[in-house]
Design a protein around this ligand. Structure first.
Ligand code: G6P
Length: 632
């Protein structure tokens, strides 16, 4: 996730671009840069680190001009450095990009074969060379050259392009990454998100996937990328305040990030799944065939939410790759005398890549000769730097302290890891791998269906917001989801909550269940359905208030949960979808077993969110917690 901005008009553009980038810093902040038409062609200034560094660089090398583009980066391909910062340049062409190019390896090889020299490790630089090559071949119009270049590229992008010989013109295009045009009086803007535009205009056009636009002071000519046909898009007036705009109109970053999950999963899977071969691309996940075959055990280390993702990862590794697997908490490993083997693949899962306890465990594993793979969200952070390979989740920066989109992208990444290991080790056949990868690729659309029920979940939250304690139960991969649901609730609503393996309930927690106790049961129609259903009946028999996460159309769960509402003590919710929740049942669409956790955690995130919001706690910055914990 990166931020892009563009301007053309009568004003000096550098301050406008930098201010726009400041509003997009939430999208990434490891480096930034501008390209401006200065009258001497396009000139660029870039700097590593936060925007203040770009400000300082611009003070040393001012860029004066009225047309330009800017970028704030969250690294995906290539570590954060000045060379990898955008804009990227080829000849007179300069490009900024947000997204991921899937066929970047092939295109880079092809261009290198034609003598092109790359000056960065990014996938973005490919755009600059492709567009430059089109212009060199005699194409006169920048938009035509961009269209032809885009025909070669597969993946997600929002790009803005300027050319040294075409002052006063910016060409933008989008596919699967956001891009908004801002309409001023005799001036035009473009940006990844609305906050970058609000200081200048409230009239915007949200471009659709497959759109491109040539913007000049006269306005925007919008066409289809595929065939150049003109299209018209409606103008929208935005009346959000700047703070609302930063959160995409949501009340909190956490809620925005919950809703960003389908996109984050798509970005994490993109370019890593080869559906034709029913396989995962090893080079994209930091592993090789040799390592996969030599691995005798997978040893996960992680803390907090990441440890819950690792637990789901263990189930998948055992099931799909038939490898012994264990999950250890970072803070415990470091103070034990752990035994690592040279045939261990240690997988350190950490959204920040900086957690001190996980890093210490990684160092202990390395010291004993184990191979270590990092699963991290922050490129080039301490843990990926310390290990042999990295599998990056592409969630983009997460601002809410309680992790949501980082968690689900970790799940997606670990599922890919398990499929890759299974395929290399011959324990997962092609048909099974195809079934799972297909299901993973379809999961974001199903997640959107679950998110569409957010309002119903608020109604359930309202009914239970005065609870003092809550129990979360699940089996199989539903168990780590139960733990994660309980952790989310504790973190942001301060309600005491426990996650338990459903089968363990009878060994203690059942003593706590009475009519005061809400019991959240994750009971989708998966391999463990019948057993979990019995546990739900046991909780119900003790008068527990059941909140069930179940598969659409599961009437048995609905009947079991319904009678409390039917007794009339609590009014059923009204309005659209009330059928779904009348019995405190939150439905998820039917999906393959392996992707159920990606869906079943969403109702729990939303339940916690709404309970906390209704109680009025500080959802994004809960008391006593930190996003990145670099101390013991
Ligand atoms: C902190 C955060 C949690 C996170 C944990 C591990 O406690 O508040 O959200 O799960 O650290 O962080 P990591 O960056 O290693 O995933």
């Amino acid at each position: 996730m990166c931020g892009i901005v563009a301007y053309t008009g009568p004003q000096d553009c550098a301050p406008i671009l930098v201010e726009g980038l400041r509003r997009l810093e939430y999208r990434g902040y490891d480096s930034a840069g501008l390209a401006v038409h200065t009258g001497r062609g396009v000139e660029i200034v870039r700097a590593v680190g936060k925007l203040t560094n770009l400000d300082q660089a611009l003070r040393k090398t001012p860029l004066a001009g009225t047309t330009g583009i800017g970028h704030t980066r969250w690294a995906t391909h290539g570590r954060p450095s000045e060379a990898n910062a955008h804009p990227h340049v080829a000849g007179a062409v300069a490009v900024v990009h947000n997204g991921i190019i899937e066929n970047h390896v092939d295109l880079r090889r092809e261009l290198q074969g034609k003598g092109v020299r790359f000056s960065s490790d990014t996938d973005t630089e490919i755009f600059a060379h492709l567009i430059h090559a089109e212009m060199q071949s005699g194409i006169k119009e920048l938009d035509v050259a961009v269209r032809r270049a885009l025909a070669r590229v597969r993946g997600a992008y929002a790009i803005a392009v300027v050319h040294g010989e075409q002052p006063g013109t910016v060409v933008v295009a989008k596919q699967d990454s956001p891009l908004v045009l801002g309409l001023g009086e005799g001036e035009m803007f473009a940006a990844s998100d609305i906050p970058a535009l609000l200081a200048h205009t409230r009239d915007v056009i949200l471009l659709a996937d497959g759109d491109m636009a040539k913007i000049t002071t006269a306005g925007a000519a919008i066409t289809r990328i595929a065939d150049g046909a003109p299209v018209s898009r409606d103008k929208k007036r935005i009346d959000w305040s700047p703070t609302q705009a930063e959160k995409g109109g949501y009340k909190h970053f956490m809620l925005k990030e919950i809703h960003e999950q389908p996109r984050a999963i798509e970005d994490t899977l993109r370019g890593r799944i080869d559906l034709d071969k029913a396989d995962v691309v090893g080079a994209e996940i930091g592993l090789t065939e040799e390592i996969a075959k030599a691995t005798g055990r997978v040893y996960f280390v992680a803390c907090g939410t990441s440890a819950h993702a690792a637990m789901a990862g263990r189930y998948w590794v055992e099931q799909l790759a038939r490898l012994p697997s264990t999950v250890e908490i970072g803070s415990e490993v470091r103070y034990r005398d752990p035994v690592f083997l040279p045939t261990d693949l240690v997988v350190a899962v950490s959204q920040s890549g900086e957690t001190a306890d996980t890093l210490a465990a990684v160092k202990a594993a390395k010291a004993q000769g184990a191979r270590v793979l990092a699963v991290a969200n922050v490129l080039d952070s301490a843990i990926p730097r310390a290990v042999d390979g990295a599998l990056y989740t592409h969630a983009g920066p997460e601002i809410g302290v309680a992790s949501t989109k980082c968690f689900t992208t970790q799940l997606a990444a670990l599922l890919l890891l398990a499929v890759y290991l299974g395929r290399r080790r011959g324990t997962l056949n092609e048909a099974e791998a195809r079934r799972i990868l297909d299901a993973a690729w379809q999961a974001p659309a199903k997640m959107r269906d679950v998110l569409a029920r957010a309002d119903d979940i608020r109604t359930i939250a309202r009914r239970h917001m005065r609870a003092k304690d809550m129990l979360f139960l699940g089996r199989g991969t539903g168990f780590p989801i139960a733990l994660e649901g309980a952790l989310k609730l504790k973190e942001i609503s301060y309600i005491h909550a426990e996650g338990y393996a459903a089968g363990e309930m009878k060994h203690g927690p059942i003593a706590l269940i009475d009519e005061e106790m809400p019991v959240v049961v994750i009971c989708p129609k998966d391999a463990h359905y019948e057993k979990t259903f019995s546990n739900m009946q046991e909780a119900k028999a003790r008068e527990g208030q059941i909140i069930a996460v179940a598969t659409e159309g599961d009437d048995e769960v609905r009947r079991l949960c319904a009678d409390r509402v039917d007794r009339g003590s609590i009014p059923p919710p009204s309005g659209r979808g009330s059928m779904l929740v009348a019995a405190d049942v939150i439905e998820i669409p039917p999906v393959e077993n392996e992707v159920v956790p990606l869906l079943s955690v969403i109702p729990l995130q939303l339940l916690s969110y709404h309970m906390a919001d209704l109680k009025g706690t500080d959802v994004d910055q809960p008391r006593n917690l930190a996003k990145t914990v670099t101390v013991e």
